[in-house]
Design a protein. Sequence first.
Lengths: 249, 403
Amino acid sequence: MIIPTTEKGAEISRRDLLKKGGAMATVTLAPGVTLMAFGGQASADGLKKGARWGLLIDAGKCPEDCSACVTACSNEHGWKNNGLDTDPQWIRKVTLREKATGRENSLPVMCQHCDEPPCVDVCPTGASMKRADGIVLVNRHICIGCRYCMMACPFKARSFVAEEVTDQRTTTPRGNGTVEACNMCVHKIDRGDGTTACVEACQATGNNAMIFGDLNDPESDIAKAVSTYASMELRADLGLGLGVRYQNV
Amino acid sequence: MEKVTYRELRSTPKVWGFLILCAAFVAAAGLSVLYIEAHGHIVTGMNNQIVWGLPHVFAIFLIIAASGALNVSSIGSVFGKKPYKPVARLANVLAVALLMGGLAVLVLDLGRPDRLVMAMYTYNFTSIFAWNILLYTGFMGVVAIYLYTLMTRGMDPRFLKAAALLAFVWRLVLTTGTGSIFGWLVARTPYDSAIMPPMFIAMSFSFGMAMFMLVMSLTTAITNRVYTTELRVRQARLLGVFVAAAMYFVIAHHLSNMYLAKKSAYESWILLGGGIYTKLFWIGQVLIGGIIPMLLLFQPRIEAKRGAVLLAALLVVLGGLAQVYVIVVGGQAYPLDIFPGFEVSSSFNDGVINSYTPTLLELALGFGGIALALLITGLGMKFLRIVPDNLTDDTANAPMPAE
Ligand code: SF4
Ligand code: SF4
């Protein structure tokens, strides 16, 4: 009986700290506080204890001509792809053709939210960072724009902002001269939406090719799905422990 | 025997002309940086696939040349080769100047150079980049101490030797660090290799020596000082050896890649089908930067062929820039293999060779780095006693003031 009580106590004090915010929370929950600097309003629901947020993408259900997730991400975060090589693309649809069989396939690729993120390892300033719940972010306030993280990322997940940004979303600060990537809609997670813009859009199309959830929570849809059906991570040979998994590639 | 004496360069029109020319290039670089800052990197040739472009090529070239230039001084102090001793001071100043030139380019090409101070207090110690910042600043400090021991009258030779040794070791570590920037990019086929750091060391010996020889020739040409035949011949031969060593690592790198199934596609691309990169490799790096300089440097009676030696040093520098271009830009042009076994296509250049066309702005920035290095060296020679004044082929073996 003692242990659950203690845990509950800890939970309450954490909520209190988060409501008060400020310096005390800095000590207790450093990753959450850095998050607030991004404009997100952290809530206790978002920073679920022991969570490992992830995405499961079923390539078998993803039609080649659909890009609802890409459009949704662009709208949610305010980045635009006008077809220039300098335009950011947080998420992109990739068409695959198996060399041996000719089978064609299509799927979205975004930051894979590595458990051992090379981008975080190489970043000289610590602007690239991984939260306790597995979300990998760039703190745009300390990124110096060296682009070493872009060299290190195995998935080309990151983009460099090469011009002044217009039409910024209040929930997604962006800035010329800094690097950015999919942040798993951290503002939505932290305000308790329990989903991401891409997953919402994918579900709205009826394709249901994407699931968002806590991989560490055995009761979650995503955890149940990965424990039942075969799924894989990209470049598993690199051993980076990705938060995004794929099925039927 | 007469002692070697050092004197500041006299204020002649040639000396001032040279310094002003360098300053003009530095100013042009400054203007292009302001322009890039005002408009964003969109005005450069870089994009989301080629994120490090021409400025990085110049910066990395200068940084590895810096540690190689210091070598000229180590050969005298650490390895006791007499003819090198009189030019040790100049080699030290040149080394620091080259490093400053390279770092300036690197920093000014950041997306947010204004935030550099930030990088000083938000340090990530797992980053090899962050370590390099320490190695670079340390290098300047160590070389400054070494220079001080060289320039102080009556300095205990043991101190001199210790400082020289420290500087020598530091430079090896520094170049290893620079090479590791690439060696650690595990997901990129062209870079993922343990041979990168030793190859960078061999390259640094050769680029640094060539830069030193060019600066020495230039200095003696615009002043009435002497580049002794003995030193020139020794340096020429040694440069030939360094070029050969660097070539050896290049060959070893490509041969070992060919054995790895996952790298053979990259090898056939870069060696045969890589367009501009293949041309730069064979014509720039191998022919201009390797074979021709070796033929020039290993010819008999080299002592009578000053022009050939000078040309060889110039070709080593040009070939070296081509080599760094092939490594930095060519390495990024080759697509990442995110889905082995699949052909891929997307709106984000997946599966295609990435294109990059450098702009004049980037070239100006790169030249500015070289000009800054030369300007610092020139000012060093103008205001410090680092260039021997009475060196002739007869006094070259005279005792050093510190001895
Ligand atoms: S996918 Fe790339 S950007 Fe995302 S965490 Fe991994 S290395 Fe970093
Ligand atoms: S570009 Fe920014 S986030 Fe990326 S490594 Fe450099 S400082 Fe870190």
